[in-house]
Design a protein around this ligand. Structure first.
Ligand SMILES: [Zn+2]
Length: 1067
């Protein structure tokens, strides 16, 4: 979102008992925000893969880290909440089932039962200002028409009290939410919201409660058609097509091989229960869904008797029950809770094997593009917490880090290019374990299967290294202590953990209490040895488990076009079966739906969505305490913040002396630092040492334009964290990584290349808008060019060449890596950033001094100038896909626009109104965004999983006229302003506060400037909107377009507008 960025580090959400993977669920909003800093920060940084793989990888909306203003919201000054006594709860219609103090999250948790309906409520109270509410229904589907997913989208489109087109969007516009989204799991649907502002929080709660229990969509077929599917016919002479937000969202999902594999896995492991179908919807089946079935599903499952409700935070627990009783009392008990039960899949008596095709591009050696994955359903009955904990631990030991044996052996075998779909998945009724490789040669598939089995056998026979066990234990304990959920609210991560059991009628408290079982596990490992603990698990759950499914995925260059032809055939038949009258009627209905979608809600209707007043908004940004000092001639920033005894630090080096040709090697250089080993230590030992002593170290490049300067900011950032008592180890290890690692391991380097290629290709298919955005940036400014060299299409091309070169000239590459090091490492231009409490900052300073002393004074090589660009032209990047990503951008500073805080309000408004309505709602894309990078001046439009191409560009071009014709009343304006402040003030944990303060320092964003921008935001007027139209017109007139799209759509576009796009092949 506007003004927000996803700081890689802070998304290391180590939320739970074990870095849980976020389940295969679907979001109501398209996930990848296109915030400018995502594009930059996401480069490289492979060291954090461990966390990213397991972490709670949410968070579209709530990504943290705004450069132009980052601070947490005002702390609410509430008195300690009084807890409802039995009498009080009784009066409100609830009975208290259980009450406990949970020391792990310092919370009092009470489980209530609504007597009339049986609805259960977990009410968790503590001093966390970031309050969370969620309502969860068990929604097991019986087919793959996507009912739960379409319903999840649709209930947010207007309700009894809020009869708007989309109250959800009104909340996005004008609330201070710290989280706002909805997700569909294979068997449940969650509606969570969060805010630090109590009034705002209860506004959100009320809109969500009304939405789920009294949505308009069950009486209004238009919403079903818009979010689900409908036939579109613009003119009786044209072809009929399918449209629908979920339909296109799922087409995007089904264009990604990894996703296809994940889906097939789940269905193959559980063919006989609800997991045998896709709750998200298979694009082939979605058009089979009828409105009647859709309504019936809501009636049956969206009922209090089938609901579980979660409250968390520092608000008044009595008030929670009051709000709920108003809704719940309107219902009688229903049998939904029984009919929604998820039946377990019976274990197979023997292994199975499945071979499937996936759509692949026509280029490259398809023989090397197979995927193979082994999967086990671990148990028929749910596991006890102790076993689950041990399995999570085992998972981390086998696969969690680059040094973990199963991961390492598979990657080193050279049999495939990257792991796929690997790890323990324990968020559904029955846990499963998967491990596999992609990028496998067709004749090596068998070998991969054998290697997986023999490695597991060996691990069961020989056990794990003591150092490895210690490293895993420390990593897990560290992350529990840190409880760093990144940009997502802590209360949300706890809710998702608790729901993981609660949804199956098990104990909702248990998943929150990990200390005892962890202690027991630790004691067992100490007494019996790790082998006695883990070997039986491998034997029982994997080696001797007959419920094993091997899945092989074969690339099929025809599949995408075949599917398109099949869809066309069906649609042609539909058309042929219709009379002229029916066709005319369909064209009329299409037009009517579009008109309805494009007609804004009336101001009166909009007023019903509760919103804050400007007086609720703090006038000043809250500042991150920052003290700028000097240690041995190097600038040191210190942030005195409570961090629960953890030290967070960043060491920043300048890329000012790096030769241009070496730039694309930088991401692999960073990975090599962490994964290649030193003279005395293998990379495994180094990795384990980092795991044992610290909370992790990452290294990655950072580039950005700087406002008012032609010189881009281009840095390498080394981030680390440890307990304060281990600060010396942390700095020693950072020093070791930077100075002692040797670039001599060609085989490992080859693995890095193929992993990076696999990752980039996945990105191209799944987040093409990021690739398009990076490409446009690379045409428009030097920082963008740099970033694209390391994380864009140019990087993909570079990796292809490098792969050829590595065998011929390893010496040359190795010395280039060495040259990168010497051109970076120096005290000159180095900055150190430290975040911890004041006492710890003082006590750790001597280690900083020692670290800096070991650095050379000056870098080797002379100062270079970064001023390159990719040639400016419209480009279309061809990939095998069913949906496109379409972008257009220009630098609006060069057309004379002067930076003003109102630009944030206006771009947000464009995204939430014009683009949402046209690109998403009537265009049928999953998402449409715009983004203004105030540092560079680049204003860009982007779409996500978009069935259109030129049409979307036309919508972008109409933005100026939209702004000129805009008539916003005071309320709408206020909402837009408050929503923008919500972005600017996004909630941050202490490490993220310290980190954003560093970024602001690097980009010369002063506190004075932040105050000025804030005042400009607060005083935004309609006049600003009209004036901004001119800036947006310059994107229309001078902008460059880049699309990531299918060959067919590109050909059609180039035919319609003669050779509009220069065509580039990428896959
Ligand atoms: Zn969705």
């Amino acid at each position: 979102m506007l003004l927000r960025s996803l700081t890689r580090f802070s998304s290391n959400a180590s939320t739970s008992l074990f870095f849980r993977r976020f389940p295969r669920s679907y979001f109501s909003r398209s996930s990848p925000a296109t915030g400018r800093n995502i594009r930059r920060l996401s480069a490289a940084g492979t060291g954090s893969e461990l966390f990213l793989r397991r972490g709670l990888r949410l968070l579209p909306a709530a990504a943290s880290g705004c450069l132009s203003g980052q601070f947490s919201r005002a702390v609410s000054t509430q008195t300690a909440p009084s807890y409802p006594g039995q009498d009080e709860a009784e009066k409100l219609g609830f009975e208290k089932s259980r009450e406990e103090f949970i020391s792990e999250c310092k919370s009092k948790a009470v489980l209530f039962r609504h007597k009339k309906t049986g609805c259960e409520v977990m009410s968790v109270s503590n001093d966390d200002e970031n309050k969370v509410f969620g309502v969860v229904f068990r929604t097991p589907p019986k087919d793959s028409t996507g009912i739960p997913h379409i319903l999840e989208h649709s209930v947010l489109c207007g309700s009894r009290k809020y009869p708007l087109k989309e109250p959800f969007v009104e909340l996005l516009k004008g609330s201070l939410y710290t989280f706002l989204n909805a997700f569909t799991y294979p068997d449940r649907t969650c509606y969570p919201v969060a805010s630090t502002n109590t009034k705002d929080f209860y506004n959100l709660v009320d809109v969500y409660l009304d939405a789920v229990f009294f949505p308009k969509c069950v009486d209004d077929v238009d919403t079903f058609q818009q979010e689900g599917w409908h036939y579109e016919l613009n003119h009786p002479s044209e072809d009929i097509s399918y449209k629908g937000v979920v339909f296109n969202e799922m087409k995007g999902v089904y264009s990604q091989p990894d996703n296809i594999l994940g889906r097939i896995t789940q269905q193959a492991l559980c063919p006989e229960n609800t997991y045998g179908v896709d709750s998200g919807g298979d694009p082939k089946d979605i058009p089979k869904l009828t409105f009647d079935k859709f309504k019936e599903f809501h009636r049956q499952y969206y009922h209090p008797s089938n609901a579980r409700i979660w409250f968390y935070g520092d608000d008044d627990p009595v008030h929670r029950l009051k709000v709920l009783s108003e809704y719940l009392d309107m219902f009688d008990a229903s049998p939904a809770r029984d009919s929604s039960k998820v039946e377990p899949q019976k274990l197979f008596s023997g292994p199975r094997r499945i071979v499937e095709k996936y759509p692949a591009g026509g280029d490259g050696d398809l023989k090397k593009k197979h995927m193979v994955c082994l999967n086990w359903l671990l148990s028929e009955k749910p596991l006890d917490l102790q076993t689950q904990l041990a399995l999570g631990f085992l998972d981390h030991l086998m696969l969690g880090t680059p040094a973990s044996p199963l991961r390492k052996i598979l990657l080193e075998s050279g049999l495939g290019e990257a792991l796929v779909n690997s790890g323990v998945e324990d968020e559904l009724l029955q846990p499963q374990f998967s491990v596999g490789l992609k990028g496998v040669s067709d004749d090596k598939v068998q070998k991969v299967e054998e290697l997986i089995m023999s490695t597991l056998r060996k691990l069961a026979d020989e056990g794990f290294d003591t150092d490895a066990v210690e490293a895993s234990m420390n990593t897990i304990e560290f992350s529990m202590r840190e409880n760093n959920t990144g940009s997502s609210p802590r209360g949300l991560s706890l809710m998702l953990q608790s729901i993981g059991k609660w949804i199956y009628d098990m104990d909702p408290f248990e998943p929150l209490k990990y200390e005892e079982p962890l202690k027991t596990l630790k004691a067992r490992i100490a007494e019996e040895g790790s082998k006695a603990v883990f070997s039986p698990l491998i034997e029982k759950f994997i080696l001797n488990n007959p419920h094993c499914v091997t899945i092989e995925m074969q690339p099929d260059p025809e599949k995408a076009s075949q599917e398109e032809v099949e869809e066309k055939n069906i649609l042609q038949k539909v058309k042929a079966s219709m009379t002229d009258e029916e066709l005319a009627e369909l064209a009329r209905a299409t037009e009517e739906l579009r008109l309805k979608q494009e007609t804004p809600d009336s101001p009166e209707a909009l007023k019903c969505v509760p919103s804050l007043n400007l007086s609720d908004i703090p006038k000043k940004p809250t500042y991150v305490p920052t003290e700028v000092g000097d240690v041995n001639g190097v600038k040191v920033l210190r942030h005195d913040l409570f961090t629960n005894d953890i030290l967070y630090t960043e060491v920043v080096f300048d890329m000012g002396a790096l030769r241009h040709e070496l730039l694309p090697l930088v991401p692999l250089f960073c990975q090599s630092l962490l994964e290649m080993g030193t003279q005395d230590m293998s990379f495994v030992q180094l990795n384990q040492l980092i795991g044992r002593k610290t909370g992790g170290i990452t290294v990655y490049p950072f580039t950005s334009s700087v406002w008012g300067s032609d010189v881009p900011c281009s840095k390498i950032i080394v981030r680390g964290k440890s307990m304060v008592g281990r600060a010396e180890d942390l700095f020693n290890l950072m020093n070791c990584v930077l100075q002692e690692v040797r670039f001599t391991d060609k085989q490992r380097f080859k693995q890095f290349i193929s992993q990076s290629r696999a990752r980039m290709e996945n990105r191209l298919r799944g987040s093409g808008q990021g690739i398009a955005a990076a490409r446009m940036d690379a045409m428009l400014n030097a920082a963008g060019w740099m970033s694209e060299q390391m994380n864009g299409l140019s990087y993909i091309e570079f990796l292809h060449t490098l792969e050829q070169k590595v065998d011929q000239d390893w010496e040359g590459i190795s010395s280039s890596l060495e040259e990168i090091r010497t051109s970076l490492l120096s005290k000159n231009g180095c900055i150190v950033n430290m975040t911890a409490d004041g006492k710890s900052l003082t006590s750790t300073e001597k280690f900083v001094g020692k670290f800096l002393d070991s650095l050379p004074e000056k870098p080797s090589g002379g100062q270079v100038t970064w001023d390159a660009r990719v040639p400016l032209r419209n480009e279309a990047i061809v990939i095998p896909t069913q949906v496109n990503y379409v972008g257009k951008a220009a630098n609006i500073y060069s057309s004379g626009y002067k930076l003003d805080g109102s630009s944030y309000v206006i771009s947000k408004h464009i995204g939430n109104t014009w683009l949402w309505d046209r690109v998403r709602v009537s265009g049928g894309a999953y998402g449409g965004f715009c983004d203004f990078d105030s540092h560079s001046g680049v204003f860009s439009f982007l779409s996500y999983r978009d069935p259109n191409l030129l049409k979307t560009l036309d919508i972008y071009d109409g933005t100026g006229d939209f702004l000129r014709g805009l008539d916003v009343d005071e309320d709408t304006l206020t909402k837009a302003v408050i929503g923008t402040i919500g972005d600017v003030d996004s909630y941050q944990l202490p490490d993220a506060k310290g980190y954003s303060s560093l970024l602001r320092h690097l980009l010369n964003v002063t506190d004075e400037e932040r105050q000025i921008r804030r005042e400009e935001i607060l005083s935004t007027s309609l006049k600003d909107f009209k004036e901004f139209a001119e800036a947006v017109d310059s994107v229309r007139d001078k902008g460059v377009a880049v699309a990531v799209a299918s060959q067919e759509d590109i050909d059609a576009a180039n035919k319609e507008r003669s050779d509009f796009f220069e065509v580039k092949k990428a896959l």
